[in-house]
Design a binder for this molecule. Structure first.
Ligand code: NCD
Ligand code: ZN
Ligand code: ZN
Length: 346
């Protein structure tokens, strides 16, 4: 059995860092292992303009502890009023690496998202011209559609028509959770990628609901049936270039998770690499972990892979803190419910 694994330093292609005391408290959890991350713009108010993204980037770098290195890759939150020229300038300057599409009301802080897609056609056409990727939270918000079907319905009724309307638009299907998502990503060309979280490789919907409701397993898109989890595992461990890690690590203080109307989001930044190593080992795919965590993402985003490396070591079960204590309050670390034997040692 492999006891050590060296891989290029990983990146996180979908991360929520928040702001203020929360940012300060949780940034080291990502920066400890990851070189770069695509930073989600769903702050309140959202990061819409290039100037707002530059200011947010400065706040992230200011929150980075002395001696830690980390490169935030900024995104813009697409609204119906987004200015195509501002987006193009923010991309040309190197500041912005993607634009994020939230259907209005789909998830945490998405009320400024898109309702009428005809209003963003011009921006999306410009993005296709300049090769700037669109990251999509792919769920419909139609009240009649069952929450477990919202991703599959989105693919058929929104995503596929959108990609046909704007040929050449580079799209990342964010945090896919279904076999339909896996199949659609596989059917695309090299203009289509998909991120997969660590937690969706580990939990299915029973983990949320059986034996009592577990708010720390509730995120959006919500975990689906076991067959979907297995499809995601097959995709992540396949080594195929279109699938890469986006943790969607999404901290909320415990008071807002353990609540009558609990917030969506799993906080995985602390133990993502241990979770992934355990999953890839279970599936006999340790030799493909580097592709998923460190190579496929940069290739899609047309960035070089990191030059430095990390070492994962297998040993006695690793003890992670149950919570990260931040100035905003405690944040519970995702608990997979099984022992994690691999940890980053260098
Ligand atoms: N994933 C989540 O459940 N929550 C995210 C938003 C998102 O990525 O949809 C958040 O910002 O909390
Ligand atoms: Zn999302
Ligand atoms: Zn997210």
């Amino acid at each position: 059995m492999t006891e050590r694994l060296s891989l290029r330093r990983p990146d996180d292609w979908h991360l929520h860092l928040r702001d203020g005391a929360m940012l300060q408290g949780i940034l080291p959890e990502t920066a400890r292992h990851f070189a770069r991350a695509i930073i989600m713009p769903n702050l309140v108010p959202p990061v819409v303009t290039g100037a707002q993204a530059a200011a947010y980037r400065d706040r992230i770098l200011a929150a980075l502890p002395e001696g830690m290195r980390f490169e935030p890759l900024m995104t813009l939150y697409l609204t119906e009023d987004t200015d195509a020229a501002d987006v193009a300038a923010a991309h040309a300057s190197g500041l912005v690496k993607a634009v994020k599409l939230y259907p209005a009301g789909a998830t945490t802080n998405s009320h400024s998202g898109v309702r009428d897609f005809t209003r963003v056609q011009g921006v999306l056409e410009r993005m296709a011209e300049i090769g700037l990727p669109l990251c999509i939270h792919g769920e419909v918000t139609t009240p009649e559609v069952d929450i477990f079907d919202r991703e599959a319905v989105f693919i058929d009724t929104v995503l596929d028509p959108l990609r046909r309307r704007i040929p050449g638009l580079r799209v990342v299907m964010e945090h896919i959770t279904t076999r339909e998502g896996v199949a659609y990503a596989r059917a695309g060309g090299d203009d289509l990628g998909a991120t997969i979280t660590a937690h969706h490789l580990v939990i299915n919907r029973n983990h949320i609901l059986v034996g009592g409701i577990k708010p720390h397993y509730y995120c959006l898109p919500v975990a689906k049936r076991e067959e979907h989890r297995l499809a995601l595992r097959g995709a992540a461990t396949s080594g195929e270039g279109r699938f890469f890690l986006g943790t969607d690590s999404a901290p909320h203080v415990d008071a807002l998770k353990e609540h009558a109307c609990g917030c969506a989001g799993c906080f995985t930044a602390t133990n993502t690499m241990s979770l992934l190593a355990e999953v890839f080992e279970q599936d006999g795919a340790m030799d493909r972990l580097e592709a998923f965590a460190s190579l496929n993402g940069p290739a899609f985003y047309r960035l070089p892979a990191n030059e430095d490396r990390i070492t994962l070591t297998r040993g006695a079960p690793v003890a992670y803190p149950a919570k990260i204590i931040t100035g905003a309050g405690p944040v519970t670390v995702f608990d997979p419910g099984f022992a994690l034997h691999w940890h980053v040692t260098a």
